[in-house]
Design a protein around this ligand. Sequence first.
Ligand code: ADP
Ligand code: MG
Length: 233
Amino acid sequence: MIEIKDLHKSYKMGNSELHVLKGINFNIKEGELVAIMGSSGSGKSTLLNILGILDEADSGNYILDSVPIKNLNETIASRYRNKFLGFVFQSFNLINYKSALDNVAMPLYYQGIKRKERNEIAMNFLEKVGLTSHSHHLPNELSGGQKQRVAIARALASNPKVLLADEPTGALDTKTSYEVMELIQGINDEGKTILIVTHEPDIAAMCKRNVVLKDGLIIDDKLVEQVRASAYV
Ligand code: ADP
Ligand code: MG
């Protein structure tokens, strides 16, 4: 589903340059649930933004569902984002003056789906995340966990190939974090390919594979079963 090869990214600031990604290689198969880990500043969000076609690498290859992602103009980039990707963020990024239902239905509007069908699809996804009874609530009438559930429903509504989540539990308490992760596990069980950025080992342990970034390189890439087994040696 995702193939990246020798990805490099630097940020230029004045005369200095910060080399953040220094040759990243990995592949993600359909149906995987992968955590990208690493300390703050290690380049996790930079990598996720490139995978999400929100930013572009300086060099290297990125192939998403057999499509090379390179030198795209914003029109095509946005088309690919809508077609392939769903996004979940730490800060939820819901539209504050729209109901949960309207937030979930929003991406479908941009796909040209008629209102009645949009609302039906959105209700189905709200049901999936356990929020049928909250469809008319505004974001500020929802708890943090509920807001993230709405954001997950919205990300799924356009049936993306890959769900990308940047610190999806970063703003939630421990118990709520586990609940949101259980929801994400359930979505993965149904076959969705999911990539999560987190710096929390407990959250990464709820994924199937852990990739660790450090100083711009991948220093570890293991199935969680292997991580667990080595913890008991
Ligand atoms: P992480 O998500 O792992 O905390 P980031 O990818 O956000 O790390 O950032 C990696 C490094 O790149 C950090 O040192 C950060 O300050 C820097 N950085 C991130 N985005 C930009 C930007 N747009 N311009 C300049 N520097 C940036
Ligand atoms: Mg980050």
